[in-house]
Design a protein around this ligand. Structure first.
Ligand code: NAP
Length: 241
């Protein structure tokens, strides 16, 4: 159970982030749903209960990240759980990828995780406890058309493992989850034929749902997971097999 825990979930306005926010609230946490789309953040928060609130946040803006973490700390007096979920993709083959496509993905998917983790770690270090869960991707191992995304998501793995080492002495755990092929808006634009090809590669024979990822986040965010840190956990129906 996560009763009395205060959690921030970035990108909680829809998709996997919404699923994570929902699961953490079901477990009793008070969830701050932070999203660049304030309307979506508020709408998810208002459906959660347990004192959930929605706040606008652009994770690619370090001032925004510092201000949101400060706001949450002042409002609730603590911060127990940070889930860095917000992410975008701007796919293109390497030889066609624009500077804008590269920079946009690095800014949100990698710098965003750094800005939020830095701000949260200051509070968690002082408290001597905390949980940071970062949403990377199966693509970190390399994926055609995703040089920007794979680089950012591989960066998240390195950042998570380094933060885990640095924060261990403060009893703050940091882990990364690598979802496989999950049914959200991010994957809904994929043509049916390619979607079927991808599903055929998944031993469990189906796309994942946001709840499949959320269940693992809830475990890593719990007190019971206090001896698990620096791990990179695949949640992909066995795609790595
Ligand atoms: P999604 O449906 O596109 O949802 C992403 C959410 O993040 C949206 O609400 C989006 O807001 C928000 N967001 C975008 N940029 C942001 C920013 N700068 N600051 C704060 N919030 C921002 O994506 P998803 O599939 O749920 O993906 C969630 C995470 O899982 C991402 O990190 C993604 O890379 C990762 N992932 C997904 C899959 C998959 O198969 N779906 C697989 C592996 C990893 P808007 O509504 O304004 O866009």
């Amino acid at each position: 159970m996560l009763t009395e825990k205060i959690a921030i979930v970035t990108g909680a306005g829809r998709g996997i982030g919404e699923g994570i926010a929902r699961k953490l609230a079901q477990e009793g946490a008070t969830v701050v749903c932070a999203d660049v789309n304030e309307t979506d953040a508020n709408s998810v928060a208002s459906s959660l209960g347990h004192g959930a609130i929605g706040l606008r946040l652009d994770v690619s803006d370090s001032n925004d990240c510092d201000a949101l973490v400060k706001n949450v700390h002042e409002r609730f007096g603590r911060l127990d759980i940070l889930v860095n979920n917000a992410g975008i993709n701007r796919d293109a083959m390497l030889h066609k990828m624009t500077d804008e496509q590269w920079q946009a993905v690095i800014a949100v998917d990698l710098s965003g995780v750094f800005f939020m983790s830095r701000a949260a770690s200051r509070i968690m270090r002082s408290a001597g406890s905390g949980r940071i869960v970062n949403i990377s991707s199966a693509s970190w191992m390399g994926n055609i058309g995703q040089a920007n995304y794979a680089a950012a998501k591989a960066g998240v793995v390195g950042l998570s493992r380094t933060a885990a080492k640095e924060l261990a002495r403060s009893q703050v755990t940091v882990n990364a989850i690598c979802p496989g092929f999950i049914d959200t808006q991010m994957t809904r634009g994929i043509p049916d034929a390619i979607r079927e090809q991808q599903v055929a590669k998944i031993p469990l024979g189906r796309m994942g749902q946001p709840g499949d990822v959320a269940a693992v986040v809830a475990f890593l965010a719990s007190d019971e997971a206090g001896y698990v840190t620096g791990e990179v956990i695949n949640v992909g129906g066995g795609y790595v097999l």
